[in-house]
Design a protein around this ligand. Structure first.
Ligand code: ADP
Ligand code: MG
Length: 480
């Protein structure tokens, strides 16, 4: 809420006068307005008198008592209106009026009970599995008051749907009254971080233009709104904001995350992003952000998705395993098996082919196509893994990876750089790692669809190293 609008005395008088008129059939007189304005400005009767030309005795003894009595009935709500209590009563009145107007102005919004919903939550046709995750995050948000939760993971893994389900459960839960409003903001590729901040401020009726305020002022205004209102804000598809090779922008992402999570506000921000947030911002102070990398669905949930599409049988389990339980991959696969293989998973396996679903493919286009996102070394690791695993799908051991890469790349390979490159790839779910926890040498592999994408290289992005990164062997994002 824009407090300057709320605190404008003219507006307060207009609201009050409307109420007086509805109750008594008359408007406030000039002298009554003098008193109310005087109280608003915390003046005593003498000051009011000298400002207005009325006699102080007349104001205090003749006008004030009947005015306070009348206002006690109209706006007191059980509290006696006096010169001392009037201002706080007027403030309340103005705020509730402002809220009403604000709500009616936002035709984009809807209400669930008292909660204002801004933006459109994705429709959930069916939702399988992830029960433990939902319960866990619900607790983190409602009980432990986490201020920022981030879901990361590859395209199509279910980040958006999980966030949507979580918001639904929180909204329809009896605990929901902890939030006044829910804002769902989907990021599209044309949006910049500056525009995002302006858009979010507008939702709170804080009207600013980029040119009028510095970026930092705009975020401060937004942060203030999150302190003023208990708000559940979802920013879906944060990775689309990222301009990986623009250092100035990286500082802005950093400020955005710092400012929105600082202080003990009671709002919560849920962010979904294909890229881990530490790739956006190299903040040295620890942010109060909880990040979770989503893995695929479990076998039961995967089976439910396939069954819904009419696929049955034991081979379905192999399908789920091969595609790492990625729900959008399973859905796209089931559609194609129905269309081309008469719904027989067995027949599909006979052709020994691999499919890439559109959501995952879009993500890979971005990863390989956007300047500054994948370093040359990271590309070489992925290409090597894809080629090595094209014949034999056994994961590749770390020592073998080093030895073979050394022979392949035409630059001096540092093991430290290799390790940091692998870590980034793993955090982005672009490579999979086995044997991490049991002190055995780690081995690396690729999910089948990613392997296929690299080998087919449908848009020629995999092998085309953007000029700007050709000479930089260490990724900008090696801070991970
Ligand atoms: N838990 C789930 N149960 C059923 N279907 C799911 C589930 N999670 C995701 N899906 C399906 O996969 C698709 C992709 O999920 P989405 O949330 O858009 O992925 P992401 O945001 O990670 O790219 C959804 O449109 C939905 O059809
Ligand atoms: Mg999404």
């Amino acid at each position: 809420m824009n407090s300057s609008q709320v605190l404008d005395v003219k507006r307060v008088l207009a609201v009050l006068e409307e109420q007086v008129f509805q109750s008594t059939g008359r408007y406030l007189t000039e002298v009554e307005k003098v008193l109310i304005k005087g109280v608003w400005d915390s003046k005593d009767y003498k000051e009011m008198a000298s400002d207005s030309g009325y006699n102080a005795y007349y104001l205090q003894q003749k006008v004030a008592p009947p005015l306070w009595s009348m206002l006690s009935v109209i706006i007191g709500d059980g509290v006696k209106v006096t010169k001392i209590s009037l201002k706080s009563i007027l403030l309340k009145l103005a705020k509730s009026d402002y809220r009403k107007e604000e709500a009616s102005r936002l035709d984009n919004d809807s209400f669930v009970g008292n909660i204002r919903i801004h933006g459109e939550l994705p429709k959930i046709k069916s939702f399988y599995g992830r029960k433990d995750e939902i319960n866990y995050f619900k607790k983190q948000i409602t009980l432990f008051k986490e201020r920022c939760i981030v879901f990361t993971g590859v395209g199509g893994i279910g980040k958006t749907l999980l966030a949507s389900r979580l918001v639904e459960e929180i909204t329809f839960d009896s605990l929901s009254s902890i939030y006044e409003c829910i804002i769902w903001k989907t990021i599209n590729h044309s949006l910049s971080i500056d525009e995002l901040v302006i858009d979010l401020n507008k939702i709170f009726q804080v009207d600013i233009e980029a040119s009028e305020n510095s970026f930092i002022d705009s975020i401060s205004l937004l942060s203030k709104q999150l302190h003023l209102h208990r708000c559940l804000l979802v920013i879906d598809g944060f990775e689309k904001l990222l301009l990986a090779d623009d250092f100035g922008k990286r500082l802005q992402y950093e400020k955005f995350l710092l400012k929105l999570t600082e202080g003990k506000h009671e709002s919560c921000i849920i962010i979904t992003s294909q890229l881990p947030l530490k790739e956006f911002a190299s903040v040295t102070t620890k942010l109060p952000i909880r990040s979770f990398k989503l893995e695929g669905l479990d076998v039961n949930a995967g089976m439910q998705i396939l069954q819904e599409k009419g696929l049955t049988g034991q081979e379905c389990k192999r399908l789920i395993e091969n595609y790492s339980g990625n729900p959008s991959s399973l859905e796209a696969l089931a559609d194609r098996i129905n269309r081309f293989f008469e719904g027989s998973v067995k027949t599909f396996f006979r052709y020994q082919t691999t499919m890439i679903d559109p959501q995952l493919e879009t993500m890979l286009h971005q990863q390989f196509g956007q300047i500054g996102l994948l370093s040359n070394l990271q590309r070489q690791i992925m290409i090597y893994l894809a080629e090595e695993m094209s014949e034999n799908s056994t994961p590749i051991q770390f020592s073998k990876l080093i030895d073979n890469l050394k022979e392949r790349v035409d630059f001096k390979l540092s093991v430290f750089e290799l390790i940091t490159a692998i870590e980034v790839l793993e955090q982005r779910s672009l490579i999979e790692i086995a044997g991490k926890s049991n002190k055995r040498e780690a081995s690396y592999s690729l999910q089948v669809s990613i392997k296929k994408y690299i080998l087919v290289d449908p848009l020629g992005l995999v092998h085309k190293i953007p000029d700007t990164i050709q000479t930089r062997e260490v990724t900008l994002w090696a801070t991970a």
